[in-house]
Design a protein around this ligand. Structure first.
Ligand SMILES: NC(=[NH2+])NCCC[C@H](N)C(=O)O
Length: 472
């Protein structure tokens, strides 16, 4: 897409900007929904270690393999072949646009604070559709992520969030925080606490999605080595902020009340602390944040199939550009899918939380295979730099792989099965892409993987039809 090259500072802004979107605005309650303070602390510890390992994995991969500039899917492809590569691109794409569905649903919950007509679901979906297609037109006309827009939305979202944290800090009541620290109504119990920790994992991951942003757009970096640095710096700043926000809130009101609040829950926590102005401030911040984030993720979502098509992994059709250089067919299909899912939310009444949980589960495939690729490189004896750096790569990629596997477990069967429904149809696109270039699509291992996906998808559809799992 854009030919302009980005420097380190812009890349850091891009990483923080693509990480902090909507998640932070309901973080305190989402994380506390099924977990007490003790479990939340452990959850952050695991997430912190896992995300740093994952970020360093991307750092190392971008240094080791500068030629793989198609982003996270190209690592899976280089390591495990075209079909796994395709599925990584596909999964990342699904996650990106489903995340936008979640964004649009949440956006109108914030708008409804100012204009209560949008409390009506149908009107909210209509409003969301108007926003969706306005962004579509902007992108078609060739709009790009502009530094000035990034700056405005970054300030616009950080100011309310930092103000929130400061106020919650002042209003912090340590007795509230310590009451039922282990969430068991009594002392520490391993089984219960493990389950609580597990319940925080999709929430803490959702707020970090985007950490790979600089890598996905690595073709745009002026200096390749900046990509990894920007990823790590952006991550550390954001981690500190998240931990603070989720902990201080637990000292402001009892957990039972916290989890009953409407989205964005930080608005109503702040309202408790400083009055109605607080809720208005947070809702404004969320609206500003979402305008930037939705645009950013639309650009990113449309870029994934486009790059993959240029690489002959997605059908050729996705690589079409219009005269402004926008990936026109990819954009239409991406936004078309968002529109369809907006309509589905109308029928199934799915919440922002349910939508982002699926978007989060969908990203696990690309994350896992990036980590496994570095693990493969580190154990293959491929000479790279000094011996210590290979040992280091081995450790970080091992931790990142274990973290990804733990996340697959933490996602839970219901969400994994639903992801299978979204992954399985991808094979048709892959088959088409391979036919176009006259290659044989499926090797035996790939067929096994495909059959596994189809079986899971069929089970999921059966369970949904029986009403055992709820669609979305
Ligand atoms: N539209 C998306 N796919 N967004 C994913 C990124 C979510 C981001 N970390 C947030 O907290 O909001």
């Amino acid at each position: 897409m854009s030919k302009k090259k980005l420097g380190l500072l812009s890349l850091v802004a891009l990483v923080i900007g693509s990480m902090i979107g909507a998640g932070v605005f309901s973080l305190p309650s989402d994380i506390a929904r099924n977990a007490g303070p003790g479990a939340i602390l452990i959850g952050w510890l695991i997430t912190g270690i896992g995300m740093i390992a994952l970020a360093l994995t991307y750092h190392s991969l971008s240094n080791r393999k500068p030629e793989l500039d198609g982003g996270i899917y190209s690592y899976a492809k280089a390591g495990f072949g075209d079909f796994i590569g395709f599925n990584s691109a596909w999964g990342y794409w699904i996650s990106s646009w489903l995340g936008n569905v979640a964004y649009l649903v949440l956006l109108f919950e914030a708008v409804a604070y100012f204009f209560p007509v949008f409390e009506n679901r149908a009107i909210a979906v209509a409003g969301a559709s108007v926003v969706l297609w306005s962004i579509h037109l902007l992108v078609l006309s060739g709009i790009r992520e502009a530094a000035i827009v990034n700056l405005i939305t970054t300030v616009g979202k950080l100011v309310p969030i930092i103000f929130f944290t400061a106020m919650a800090f002042i209003g912090f009541n340590s007795d509230l925080f310590k009451a039922d620290f282990w969430g068991t109504g009594g002392p520490f119990q391993f089984g219960s606490v493990l389950e609580q920790v597990r319940s925080t994992m999709m929430v803490t991951l959702w707020v970090f999605i985007g950490v790979e942003g600089a890598v996905v757009l690595s073709g745009r970096a002026a200096k390749k080595t900046d990509v990894g640095k920007a990823t790590v710096i952006g991550l550390l700043c954001t981690l500190g902020l998240y931990i603070l926000i989720s902990l201080v809130s637990l000292g402001v009101m009892p957990r039972e009340e916290l989890i009953q609040l409407k989205n964005p829950t930080t608005a109503y926590i702040l309202e408790r602390l400083v009055g109605a102005g607080g809720a208005a401030l947070i809702n404004m911040g969320l609206i500003i944040s979402l305008s930037g984030a939705t645009l950013g993720w639309t650009l990113l979502a449309a870029e994934i199939p486009y790059v993959a098509a240029e690489d002959e992994v997605f059908p050729y059709f996705f690589s079409w550009e219009n005269s402004n250089g926008s990936p026109v067919s990819s954009l239409w299909i991406t936004n078309g899918l968002i529109q369809i899912f907006l309509l589905i939310t109308l029928v199934s009444e799915s919440t922002y939380q349910a939508l982002y949980t699926i978007a989060t589960a969908a990203i696990l495939v690309p994350y896992l295979f990036s980590a496994l690729y570095l693990l493969k490189l580190a154990t293959s004896g491929e000479t790279y730099g000094r011996r210590e750096s290979t040992a280091f790569d081995f450790i970080i990629s091992l931790v990142a792989s274990l973290y990804s596997l733990w996340l697959l477990y933490a996602a839970g069967l219901q969400y994994l099965l639903m992801c299978a429904i979204l992954y399985a149809p991808g094979a048709i696109f892959y088959w088409q892409a391979k036919r176009e270039v006259g290659e044989k699509p499926f090797r035996p291992t790939e067929i096994t993987f495909f059959l596994f996906l189809c079986t899971a998808a069929i089970i999921a559809i059966y369970l949904m039809a029986k009403g055992i799992i709820k669609p979305l």
